[in-house]
Design a protein around this ligand. Structure first.
Ligand code: CAA
Length: 278
């Protein structure tokens, strides 16, 4: 696993709880500590709610190694990358991983929401064994995983990843083509951006917009609270990638979202977004 942020730490937890041996790589000793704290606090919560026994808690943690050394991934059969949603960072990682992995059959997968998988495959030197595997937040709860083969992924890579998601993790996959947004974000992101535009234009308060969709449409949470959960920087980055690809105005982030991200109001992870978090 590469990246122990919001998504990476959740994906690591899902794998380790499913009995899979995981090495989590972060960029610095400080980031390693933060990732370890994130995974541990989520497991503490599961233990506290009686959803995990002490024995399973201990064995889950034993299955995870935390490191800031990318070379530690050399012997892995599968690498899932969930680094920052920036193309330059991901291209650099896939270039380096293509050289580091010693198992010729190893698969390199990205949890990107919107960056073309085919580009990551091209720089890796193993384009047939590269594809997208997109988890949803919170990863331990959400059942869906999008599988995204690129033009150059082999059918065998797709089938191995399908087996990993279903038999390995017990999640439900859908298959999408390698276009920015895939299935879920193509539908979700314009909706979230429309809610932000609505709030920006003064249609209604944040609480009322959210209440409208929770009570009126039966959503588990409203669009502004969901944007806070995903991270406003991530919502913005996905919108930009989708706009770059399709030039569809509804995908373009509204000025309020730009300003909030510039101000460091990133949602739940920074303690403040459309709502404050304690
Ligand atoms: N980690 C682990 N478990 C968690 C969790 C987390 N971060 N957050 C909630 N849970 C678990 C709780 O333990 C609880 O489990 P039990 O019922 O078995 O005890 C269950 O989820 C419900 O949690 P809560 O009662 O605390 O809160 P809730 O009922 O309000 O549910 C929620 C919280 C699961 C987040 C729910 O509001 C929800 O489903 N929201 C929508 C989330 C969503 O749409 N995610 C997709 C985002 S898009 C994306 O991720 C893709 C992208 O690229 C942007």
């Amino acid at each position: 696993m590469i990246g122990g942020g919001l998504m990476g730490s959740g994906i690591v937890e899902v794998n380790a709880r499913a009995g899979i041996d995981v090495t989590l790589v972060e960029v610095s000793p400080e980031a390693v500590k933060a990732a370890e704290a994130r995974v541990t606090s989520s497991l503490d919560r599961a233990l506290g709610r009686g959803k995990l026994s002490q024995e399973d808690y201990d064995s889950t943690l034993e299955r995870i190694r935390f490191t800031d050394d990318l070379e530690q991934l050399a012997d892995r059969q599968l690498v899932v990358e969930a680094a920052s949603e920036r193309e330059d960072i991901k291209l650099d990682l896939f270039r380096r991983l293509g050289q580091i992995l010693t198992d010729d059959q190893a698969i390199l997968a990205s949890n990107t929401s919107s960056i073309p998988i085919v580009k990551l495959g091209a720089v890796s030197g193993r384009a047939d064994r590269v594809m997208g595997v997109h988890f949803f937040n919170p990863a331990p709860v959400m059942k869906l995983v999008e599988l995204i083969p690129s033009l150059t992924s082999s059918p065998e890579t797709l089938e191995r990843m399908r087996g990993y998601v279903t038999d390995g993790l017990g999640k439900d996959p859908i298959e999408a083509t390698d276009r920015a947004g895939f299935v879920v974000n193509s539908l979700l992101v314009p909706y979230l951006l429309s809610a932000i535009r609505m709030y920006e234009a003064g249609y209604a308060s944040a609480a009322d917009i959210d209440q409208g969709m929770v009570l009126g449409c039966g959503h588990p949470m409203g669009p502004l609270a969901l944007s806070d959960l995903i991270g406003l920087d991530t919502v913005r980055a996905i919108g930009i990638s989708m706009y770059d690809e399709f030039k569809e105005p509804l995908y373009s982030p509204p000025p309020l979202l730009d300003r909030m991200v510039d101000a460091g109001l990133l949602g739940k992870k920074s303690g403040h977004g459309f709502y404050p978090y304690g």
